[in-house]
Design a protein around this ligand. Structure first.
Ligand SMILES: [Zn+2]
Length: 130
């Protein structure tokens, strides 16, 4: 093997190693961005569930004290609009991000909805921003 071949092989090896290092950096950043996007989507779902529960509780004398997606999806009589309405058009808890929603405390008082994987809206905002 002459000197020229050794230099060519060295350059190729260095280029391959550089590509692998850059690739791992880019993939790491993309995974971070993807995790942040999923957590923010989760926070949006929690806000939807909280808003729907609050609207339900304003319209019904028997209020929801804990998260009840089934009640929010089931049409019920709204005395103000005089129509049967549901508070959610579709189930927002079905996603592929591993979210599992629950509530802590009494939702008619200071209780809140959270995700068992991502935490509460406040925790997500503190970690990833708005
Ligand atoms: Zn979640």
């Amino acid at each position: 093997m002459n000197k020229k071949n050794i230099i060519i092989i060295s350059v190729v090896v260095i280029a391959l190693i550089s590509v692998l290092i850059i690739r791992s950096i880019i993939i790491g950043r993309m995974e971070k961005a993807r995790d942040a996007a999923r957590a923010k989507s989760c926070a949006a779902t929690q806000r939807i569930l909280t808003g729907a529960t609050e609207m339900y509780n304003m319209d019904h004398p028997e209020m929801l004290t804990s998260l009840n997606v089934k009640a929010l999806l089931t049409p019920s009589y709204n005395p103000y609009t005089k129509k049967n309405e549901s508070y959610l058009r579709e189930d927002p808890t079905k996603n592929d991000f591993g979210c599992e929603y629950a509530s802590k405390g009494d939702l008619t008082q200071d209780g809140y909805i959270y995700c068992k994987k991502h935490g509460s809206v406040e925790e997500i905002v503190n970690k990833y921003g708005r």
